[in-house]
Design a protein around this ligand. Structure first.
Ligand SMILES: NC(=O)c1ccc[n+]([C@@H]2O[C@H](COP(=O)([O-])OP(=O)(O)OC[C@H]3O[C@@H](n4cnc5c(N)ncnc54)[C@H](O)[C@@H]3O)[C@@H](O)[C@H]2O)c1
Ligand SMILES: [Zn+2]
Ligand SMILES: [Zn+2]
Length: 378
């Protein structure tokens, strides 16, 4: 490839500072170093965690940055020591690494990995190292991935090789939202057949959780959202009952307890709000109810009364649906190609990278499930 070993100048959406629109800029992307892979990003989704960093977290050490962590692309070139990838491979960049060598990677109990940005800088949501510069300034790689750029550079421990038959403008959603919600139900909650579930928040993450509950054989799935426009879509993924907290004067945990004879077996919080996390926990039945925190927030502490757990409920959380990232993404792409999981149904809008601020506004206004942006010119 003619560009191998050279700096690539390309287009990216730069978040110069919090709470401001992104700016399309020309950035310089350095060639891959040892064990790194440079990827041409073909398509990317926009996930609420991108909005969280820009408008809610706004961590001072997290800017300037290139957001985006739900992308798919093609390997452009590889650095020394890379044997698993070659130019032309279809890949998905991963915000959680899987080095296969650390104590977490070696344990079947977790998808945490000691390598990568996530092990050290949760708050700033990027490591200090970056391969991007713009106008003479270092620009961070959000969640290590930065898919709102025509090119990015990743360590090979955070890249999944996928089936060459996979359509990149669809499977990009397996880089975050769909795996996150689906895995939270299947891997973390471990939903059982004939159980009753409640999913709070019906964005792509929550809808994927609904799909996971259904795949695991749940017989009743309550879909909870303050935006009733989301209910129709929730039905497509298998929800059976629909609850809008704004229609009730009682706490939603009480409403669900009355509708289910004591509470649900499993609940999943897919909003990113500590009050809703509490309410999801307290919506679970005593004895064996399991509640999983999926929504992201670093701003507030969680609270509940200890007795809520003493009576036998379990409170858990997961990142990326508990999937070991490389293995999980490769399997989920296969499951999509085998028509065992839905992905296309999450996509409500298609745009180009230049329209990124419109895509962000759509999500802020609750008007989309997922917008897929086409990034690199074909
Ligand atoms: N744990 C992880 O690895 C991980 C990965 C991806 C996303 N996330 C997080 O998951 C959450 C959802 O992401 P998304 O992309 O689906 O977001 P989204 O904005 O598309 O969806 C959020 C939904 O929550 C609903 N909501 C808001 N307030 C509510 C309330 N009081 N009660 C019920 N529903 C309410 C909204 O109407 C919306 O439908 C975010 O917090 C995101 O940061 C976590
Ligand atoms: Zn995400
Ligand atoms: Zn590891």
């Amino acid at each position: 490839m003619a560009s191998a070993g050279k700096i690539i100048k390309c287009k990216a959406a730069v978040a110069w500072e919090p709470n401001k629109p992104l700016v399309i800029e020309e950035i310089e992307v350095a060639p891959p170093e040892a064990n790194e892979v440079r990827i041409k990003i073909v398509a990317t989704g926009v996930c609420h965690t991108d909005l969280y960093h820009l408008f809610e977290g706004m961590h001072k050490d997290g800017f300037p940055t290139v957001l985006g962590h739900e992308g798919a692309g093609i390997v452009e070139s590889v650095g020394p020591g890379v044997t698993e990838f070659q130019p032309g491979d279809k890949v998905i960049p991963l915000f959680i690494s899987q080095c296969r060598e650390c104590r977490f990677c070696k344990s079947p109990k977790t998808n945490q990995c000691e390598q990568g940005w996530a092990a050290h800088r949760y708050d700033a949501m990027a490591s200090i190292a970056t391969r991007f510069t713009c106008k003479g300034k270092k620009v961070l790689q959000f969640m290590g991935t930065s898919t709102f750029s025509e090119y990015t550079v990743m360590n090979q421990i955070a890249v999944a090789k996928i089936d060459p038959a996979a359509p990149l403008d669809k499977v990009c959603l397996l880089g975050c939202g769909v795996c996150t919600g689906f895995g939270a139900a299947v891997n973390t909650a471990k939903v059982e057949p004939d159980s009753t579930c409640a999913v709070f928040g019906l964005g792509a993450v929550g809808l994927a959780a609904v799909m996971g509950c259904k795949a695991a054989g749940a017989k009743r799935i309550f879909a909870v959202d303050i935006n009733p426009d989301k209910f129709e879509k929730a039905k497509v993924f298998g929800a059976t009952d629909f609850v809008n907290p704004n229609d009730h004067s009682k706490p939603i945990s009480q409403v669900l307890a009355e509708m289910t004879g004591g509470g649900v077996d499993y609940s999943l919080e897919c909003v990113g709000n500590v009050e809703i996390m509490r309410s999801a926990l307290e919506s679970c039945v005593v004895g064996w109810g399991v509640s999983v925190i999926v929504g992201w927030t670093e701003l507030k502490d969680l609270a509940t009364r200890p007795v809520q757990l003493m009576v036998g409920r379990t409170w858990k959380g997961c990142l990326f649906g508990g999937f070991k990232s490389k293995d999980g993404v490769t399997q989920m792409v296969k499951a999509y190609l085998d028509k065992k999981v839905m992905v296309d149904e999450f996509i409500t809008h298609n745009m180009t990278l230049d329209q990124i601020n419109d895509a962000i506004e759509l999500m802020k206004g609750g008007k989309c499930i997922r917008t897929v942006l086409s990034v690199s010119p074909k």
